[in-house]
Design a binder for this molecule. Structure first.
Ligand code: FAD
Length: 458
């Protein structure tokens, strides 16, 4: 019996329940489909996906298998593959955003109607969104009580990594990854980004081991320090499923493990909320905030300066350059730049959400929407709107010696790479492209935001 394993954001061989179940049935045909959800990806996530697919293809070849690539409507492609290969089943790991849920429900129903066994499996999260419940039986809307429940739970035994993976006698044809040009929309230099990305299952496992052995002990204290590297860096691997959250959770034993697991629980929280309250991806989680007077049109020049790392606020510009060069940004810096955009500039949080969706290699639909709504003050369990981060005091506290600002705004290698990465149309000149005064002054912006909040009619 042959099973098609439809890969999406689960590009790994170990701890993958859908793969374990497929192997038990016989031959497995791993497939990745370039369908609507893939075509909708931002430039950096699409670029990073290309590398992940290449790495996963190599991992599969090492166990005697292959990755078959096809493009088109998911159901059409799967039907064609079933007809070509005689496969009797199609398995996949669940995704929890509304577009994927709708697509998967249709695929499941249509395949079943055609007599094909269609089954979905866990693997993306520690617990399924419907498994974690409050005392009243509903989903959590606040993080702390959810964490209290979660921290005492064990997320279960990992599925083993196969040493060999049996395939069909005749492999169906595959499109070529090169022809897909997943990096085509990258305006910035992909070769710059490639220096910073750590791609694929083997590399992700190594990264986890390094973190647990060398950095986790100081994670609770060090994770907020902008210039030092105490966090795991695993978000880009988790988002493409190159590693499972369960592997991260289980490997974290010893000093620092509880704080690390708590951060993994924030990722869960985002997906729980996204599953139960899908409007979180698009609209203010708290409805009354949809009437907030975001100043989008009046702020075009300032928003451009924010994206290009030339607001004149050192820590904001350093962070925006880190993002452009590396495709990631320190968590503390994400909160600082998001607060400056949504509060000092009073810009709609969706503007920031979309820029991150285009530029982050660890873009995760739920963590991103939650992070933006939380910082903007309109989200679940959000920081209150009147809590406006002061970038200057944040920098003093979390970049006391200025190493982070120097790294991205000084004259060293990382700062220079920004100029290799930016498109010519940005017309930037090292050392001369930032205003002497912030585009929105720190006091002035804070006051305007607080006044608008005080005058709100909601
Ligand atoms: P570590 O500190 O090592 O944490 C381990 C893992 O826990 C991370 O890899 C991540 O999967 C998870 N995690 C940690 N912090 C958070 C958090 N606050 N929310 C959800 N999960 C968390 N994270 C993304 O993965 N993708 C995004 O698109 C994203 N967008 C964000 C946007 C904003 C405005 C904000 C404030 C945060 C966003 N985050 C996002 C969360 C967080 O900044 C990153 O997960 C973190 O910086 C990744 O670095 P790390 O892997 O070294 O994390």
């Amino acid at each position: 019996r042959t099973t098609i394993l439809w890969h999406r954001r689960d590009l790994r061989l170990s701890d993958l329940p859908a793969l374990t179940a497929a192997r038990e049935q016989g031959a497995v045909i791993p497939v990745f489909i370039r369908e609507r959800k893939v075509d909708a990806l931002g430039a950096a996530p699409a670029w990073r996906l290309g590398w992940s697919l290449e790495a996963h293809g190599a991992e599969l070849e090492a166990v005697g298998s292959r990755l078959v690539l096809r493009s088109g409507d998911a159901l059409e492609v799967l039907r064609t593959l079933v007809a070509e290969t005689g496969a009797e089943a199609v398995y996949w790991s669940r995704e929890y955003d509304p577009v994927s849920i709708e697509r998967d429900s249709e695929v499941k129903a249509a395949l079943r109607e055609a007599g094909v066994e269609a089954r979905s499996f866990p693997g993306k999260l520690l617990w399924e969104p419907w498994e974690v419940k409050t005392g009243q039986g509903g989903p959590y809307k606040v993080f702390s009580p959810m964490w209290k429940t979660m921290k005492g739970e064990a997320p279960g035994t990992e599925c083993p990594r196969p040493r060999e993976l049996a395939g069909p006698a005749d492999w169906p044809e595959s499109e070529s990854l090169g022809d897909w040009t997943l990096g085509a929309a990258m305006r910035r230099g992909g070769e710059v980004l490639a220096r910073y990305a750590v791609v694929g299952e083997t590399a992700a496992q190594e990264r986890l081991r390094d973190f647990v052995a060398g950095r986790m002990h100081n994670y609770p204290k060090g994770r907020d320090l902008l210039a030092e590297r105490w966090t795991s860096g695993l978000s880009e691997n988790l988002t493409y499923g190159e590693i499972s959250p369960r592997q991260c959770w289980n490997a974290a034993e010893g000093d620092g493990s509880e704080t690390f697991r708590k951060e993994l629980a924030w990722r869960e929280f985002g997906w729980q909320l996204g599953y139960h309250f899908p409007h979180m991806f698009e609209r203010e989680w708290r409805e009354e905030w949809s009437r907030f007077p975001w100043k989008d049109d009046e702020r075009k020049a300032e928003v451009k300066a924010w994206k290009q790392g030339r607001t004149g606020v050192d820590v904001v510009d350093a962070a925006m350059r880190e993002l452009y060069v590396t495709g990631t940004m320190h968590n503390r810096a994400r909160m600082i730049v998001a607060s400056y955009l949504t509060k000092h500039m009073m810009t709609d949080w969706r503007v920031g959400r979309d820029w991150f969706a285009d530029t982050l290699i660890d873009w995760d639909e739920a963590s991103n929407a939650l992070g933006w709504q939380w910082t903007a003050g309109c989200g679940p369990d959000a920081a209150p709107y009147f809590r406006v981060f002061n970038p200057a005091s944040q920098a003093e506290k979390f970049d006391a010696k200025g190493g982070y600002r120097e790294r991205w705004l000084g004259s060293g290698e990382d700062a220079s790479r920004f100029y290799d990465a930016v498109p010519v149309s940005w017309r930037m000149e090292q050392g001369r492209d930032r205003p002497a005064k912030p585009v929105v002054g720190l006091e002035e912006g804070r006051k305007a935001a607080l006044d608008a909040y005080a005058a709100r009619d909601f």
